[in-house]
Ligand binder design. Structure first.
Ligand SMILES: *Cc1c(COP(=O)(O)O)cnc(C)c1O
Length: 461
């Protein structure tokens, strides 16, 4: 095989025009896919020989089309998923074209410098300590693992145990405390770290951990301890009383990690200053750029106040890697991956295109649309908004659990918008997450009409 510049041009030209066709279709196509994974036509036997690259792209796009979910749509409110800002998407194409393996400052200086700049901007926007280490991981789950992994090493080090050499076998027991509505990804992260399930602390009606209960739980614990707090409850959007909990936890020598996969972005607006007071006092934070910031998958952000804690946990010091110990950390020391794409580069482009005010308006706009949806829907008969709508999340009940499930099914079958079914506070709910930068007043109106239609259909069936 030899290098044929024209092959790239032909394949990329096809990808470019298919991408624009797709993006043009997003505002008007049904949000839901029209085929299931089993129905798609990718099951052919392994081809014997080569196919022209441009033809491969045509075939890929043609066959994928019925199985695409319009996640970039302003009418997509499922789970917690952002869309893609134009600058971030275009920068992501450059990441692929440049093909920089972004682990070492020495080897890929542009990727390292861009990600360091993006990291510094993030700390500035979120009012976190400017000296914190910022690692670009695959997502919130991995970012939670990084923060808690740095904490695991640190709390054990303080009792004279080096987890890197001795592992966890025979180690002092680490107790991890988390609110009763801890996100499943924190439990996964603890599983990866060999720490098992957290000890749950009672939370209030909005899912916020109760500081008095946290204090009581901490008083019972002897030995190394970590506390996992939450900024942005998946169902209510609520924020744990972080400052108060950080103080209590630090009095008890605990490491404090904050899962802020989508909610950490509230720190970019003065509106949530009271809720997030004391946030900067935690030891580590996890967030997602692929949610609220609207960059393409995959992009999580792991922030650790103490460089050494994260470098000790995730850095490898082997002779074949060219690095210096006193300069800034190499990117690979801050995340589990050694080889990886420059996933912080679209973050730089997103923030560069929005500016400080643009990021603030993005976050505030999501919350305003959530309030507008909650308000309009609460005016429909038999619709109850179950949560205090403090951020981007809205949980609806349509009366009985059965009726809520029927409305959810009718809404998804209708396809014009997408919202997720879930269960919260012992009720089946229809959950709305406003995470897309492009959702506007027209999308809100269309979505309210779609819910009303689904209610009528559910009542008729
Ligand atoms: C989405 C989410 C996560 C997990 O993030 P991924 O990017 O999906 O790994 C963790 N915590 C909360 C609160 C979330 O909403």
């Amino acid at each position: 095989m030899s290098f044929e510049p024209d092959e790239y041009r032909k394949a990329l030209d096809r990808a470019h025009s298919h991408a624009l066709e797709w993006l043009d279709s997003v505002p008007t196509r049904p949000v839901r896919p029209s085929a299931t994974a089993d129905e798609l036509d990718f099951g052919m036997a392994l081809p014997d020989g080569p196919t022209d690259a441009a033809e491969v792209i045509d075939e890929l796009v043609r066959k994928a089309e019925p199985g695409l979910m319009a996640i970039p749509s302003g009418k997509f409110f499922g789970w917690v998923m952002g869309g893609t800002l134009p600058a971030a998407l275009a920068a992501d194409w450059m990441v692929s074209a440049w093909d920089q393996n972004s682990g070492l400052r020495y080897a890929t200086p542009a990727a390292a410098a861009i990600e360091e700049a993006a990291g510094a901007w993030l700390l500035d926007l979120l009012h976190l300590p400017p000296t914190a280490a910022v690692g670009f991981a695959t997502g919130g789950t991995t970012a939670n693992m990084i923060g808690l992994g740095a904490g695991r090493g640190d709390v054990l080090h303080k009792v004279g145990w080096d987890v890197n050499t001795r592992g966890l076998q025979g180690a002092p027991t680490i107790t991890v405390l988390a609110g009763a509505e801890v996100h499943a990804s924190v439990e996964l992260a603890l599983r990866y770290l060999g720490l098992g399930m957290p000890q749950l602390v009672e939370s209030d009606a909005q899912g916020r951990i109760r500081p008095d209960q946290l204090a009581l739980a901490l008083a019972e614990i002897d030995g190394p301890v970590m506390v996992a707090l939450q900024a942005g409850n998946l169902h209510s959007g609520a924020f744990d009383p972080i400052g108060e909990c950080v103080d209590i936890a630090h009095e008890n020598s605990a490491w404090v990690h904050v899962d802020g996969a989508f909610g950490l972005w509230a720190a970019a607006s003065p509106r949530w200053a009271a809720e997030l007071e004391g946030l900067a006092g935690a030891d580590s934070w996890a967030t997602d750029a692929h949610k609220t910031l609207n960059v393409p998958y995959d992009c999580g952000v792991a922030i650790v106040a103490d460089h050494n804690a994260v470098r000790t946990a995730f850095g490898a010091h082997t002779s074949y890697l060219i690095q210096s110990d006193d300069g800034p950390p190499d990117p690979f020391e801050l995340v589990p991956e050694m080889s990886r794409r420059g996933r912080g580069i679209p973050v730089w482009a997103a923030i560069r295109s929005l500016g400080r005010t643009g990021v603030t308006e993005l976050v505030e706009g999501l919350a305003e649309n959530a309030r507008a949806l909650a308000l309009a829907l609460s005016e429909l008969d038999d619709v109850e908004v179950l949560n205090d709508v403090v951020f981007t999340q809205v949980c609806l009940s349509f009366g009985s659990d059965e009726r809520t499930r029927a409305v959810t099914q009718a809404l998804i079958a209708d396809g014009e918008v997408w919202m997720s079914g879930s269960r919260w506070a012992d009720r089946d709910v229809l959950r709305i997450s406003v995470s897309n930068w492009s959702t506007d007043a027209a999308d809100v109106a269309t979505s309210v009409a779609a819910v009303r239609r689904a209610m009528e259909r559910a009542a008729a069936s």
